[in-house]
Design a protein around this ligand. Structure first.
Ligand code: CA
Length: 239
């Protein structure tokens, strides 16, 4: 049910880019190829990738310059970057990591090595929804068995609402803006309107029944899952 991790491959040599893409595709990843920084930026603006494979030597801006830029921007600063290069110099490795790359791989590399590095980086920067369970007050969620229960009663929650609930529970008592939720739950907030969050919050509240009051609307800000909200049911939530 989970979407495949999106890998943006920034590589100006078409044969290498294609070879990487084929291997990634065969291993459960969803690659997109671009040949330079401008193409990469367009792609990132459209769809935020889960990981960027970035060639060092590119026409126009170098991989190091691009990595540095992406690390600075709010939208891209959390996206893991693996730098690809023909150089094996230790100083280049340091420079690449300094520019903000999470890891470094030197050409020529084997598919196994590349995949191992991609998996390691994705694990380190694991998306918010991983297999674990979380408890807030009397509400509990188990991601492994895909169960939500409140006061011992199992609740039926749809897949998106489940992810949303999991995220809110893991970050309880904190206010999340719609844009933040879109980024965390949907992974990309360009083609999805912020209103979508409201729709899923509404569905989530419907699924939660008596526990619905846990999800608080914070006027002008966003949403918060709060135990206090349930304990003070008469407090206006602005919903
Ligand atoms: Ca190159």
């Amino acid at each position: 049910m989970r979407k495949l991790p999106r890998v943006l491959v920034v590589e100006d040599e078409p044969s290498i880019a294609e070879l990487i893409a084929v291997n990634l595709r065969h291993n459960g990843l969803a690659p997109t190829i671009v040949f330079d920084g401008a193409g990469a930026q367009r792609e990132i603006d459209a769809v935020l990738p889960d990981l960027i494979l970035l060639d060092w030597m590119l026409p126009g801006e170098s991989g190091a310059v691009l990595a540095r830029q992406w690390r600075k921007h709010e939208r891209t600063k959390g996206v893991p970057i693996i730098m690809i290069t023909a150089r094996s110099d230790e100083s280049d490795k340091v420079q690449g990591l300094d520019a903000g790359a999470d890891d470094y791989i030197t050409k020529p590399f084997s598919t196994q090595e590349l995949l191992a590095r991609i998996r390691a980086v994705l694990r380190r920067r694991a998306p918010e929804v991983v297999s674990d369970s979380v408890q807030v007050g009397e509400l509990s969620l188990d991601a492994a068995t895909y169960r939500v229960s409140f006061r011992g009663q199992e609740l039926k929650v749809g897949p998106t609402e489940f992810k949303l609930l999991h995220y809110l529970m893991k970050h309880a008592e904190r206010v999340h803006t719609r844009a933040m939720l879109l980024d965390k739950i949907w992974g990309d907030h360009v083609f999805i309107e912020e209103r979508t969050v409201d729709v899923h919050i509404k569905r989530l509240r419907e699924s939660l029944g008596d526990a619905a009051a846990l999800i608080e609307t914070v006027r002008g800000a966003g949403y918060r899952l709060s135990v206090q909200a349930l304990e003070a049911p008469n407090k206006p939530t602005g919903a």
